[in-house]
Ligand binder design. Structure first.
Ligand code: DON
Length: 325
């Protein structure tokens, strides 16, 4: 007998619940980020998972509604916003699209490779450069295209968590060094403090796993939002964004993501993971028309990726054959 849509969705949700319970204990293998003191206050045992289907359903399990800051996931939004308002060529004049295999805040390549162009927008040097390029003089003006892109997709204006922003701002010694280095080499399009404020504020934008699932659904569907029936981001920009997520999205674990998960994804040190499942032709597999995944698990590994979150993503990709290769 054919199963109804409701029954199918119910079985997906049950599966999500099973994963959250199965992988939650593994969060003990990681720790909440402490280099930004406000992030250390998260509950390391939290694990929330959402998957958005193009038919309008969002399936949810665990602590899917806990707000957390985007951190590095905001680099994806910053890149798409900058490409939309400044043009992709202008952005790529200042930042490359090459993976590094280095830590997200590494400075090494800025000096080792002349003329010091940041390797990609998913590492700190590249993201600070992208933030500097956004139009306007004041940090609030530059932040606007990022907030309004999120508002368009989510139907609500996200908040900047001032406590997390302050905590990051006061401890951003390494990011400040990166910004000075970029300024010296002519890649920063604004002052060091302005660029850094935009970057730190975008990292402090608050979302839930459900929000991430909705955003990644739009990225998966080449910028089209199936919920609202509208093109939100130019197609060409989302194609490059997905390639960057796949090759650079999980920092120095990006190669492993491509090899063993095969889904474009971006992580942040607050424990979020946003993964975009592009439409695939797979006989019998679910989510053939694509989907968006949002995960929150604040205990992270040494690289900066959520321990339990990554386990869920890996199992999910295997179980539902989400791998793009
Ligand atoms: O630049 C920083 O330190 C953070 N605000 C963002 C870093 C981040 O999320 C890297 N993640 N794995």
């Amino acid at each position: 007998m054919e199963r109804t849509l409701g029954e199918i969705e119910c079985s997906f949700t049950q599966q999500l619940h099973q994963w959250t319970e199965q992988f939650r204990p593994y969060s003990a293998q990681g720790k909440c980020a402490a280099y930004i003191p406000a992030l250390a206050e998260a509950n390391p045992e939290h694990l929330g998972v959402c998957i958005a289907h193009p038919n309008g359903q969002v399936m949810k399990a665990g602590e899917w509604d806990i707000p957390f800051t985007m951190q590095s996931i905001s680099k994806v939004i910053g890149f798409m916003a900058a490409c939309s308002v400044c043009g992709m060529e202008e952005v790529l004049n200042r930042v490359d699209v090459e993976p590094t295999g280095d830590a997200f805040n590494s400075i090494i390549r800025l000096e080792a490779h002349k003329p010091g162009k940041p390797f990609n927008p998913m590492i700190n040097a590249g993201a600070i450069t992208v933030s500097s390029l956004l139009p306007g003089k004041e940090p609030a003006d530059k932040l606007e295209p990022i907030l309004s892109l999120l508002e368009k997709i989510l139907g609500k204006r996200p908040l900047v968590n001032e406590n997390v922003f302050k905590s990051e701002w006061e401890t951003a010694y390494l990011n400040r060094s990166l910004a000075y280095y970029l300024k010296q080499n002519g890649f920063l399009a604004a002052g060091v403090e302005e660029a850094l404020e935009v970057y730190s504020r975008q990292c402090s934008i608050q979302v839930t796993a459900e929000d991430l699932a909705k955003i990644s659904l739009v990225i998966a569907d080449d910028g089209f939002d199936p919920f609202q029936g509208k093109q939100m981001i130019p197609r060409r920009i989302t194609k490059v964004t997905k390639a960057l997520m796949l090759t650079c999205g999980m920092y120095n674990a990006s190669g492993k993501l491509a090899a063993f998960v095969g889904v474009p994804a971006k992580s942040g040190v607050s424990g979020g993971i946003m993964a975009a499942i592009p439409p695939r032709g797979r006989r019998g597999a679910p989510f053939q028309e694509g989907g968006g995944i949002g995960i929150y698990g604040p205990a992270i590994d040494q690289v900066g990726n959520s321990v339990s979150g990554l386990m869920v993503l890996k199992d999910m990709a295997e179980h539902w054959d989400l791998n793009i290769f």
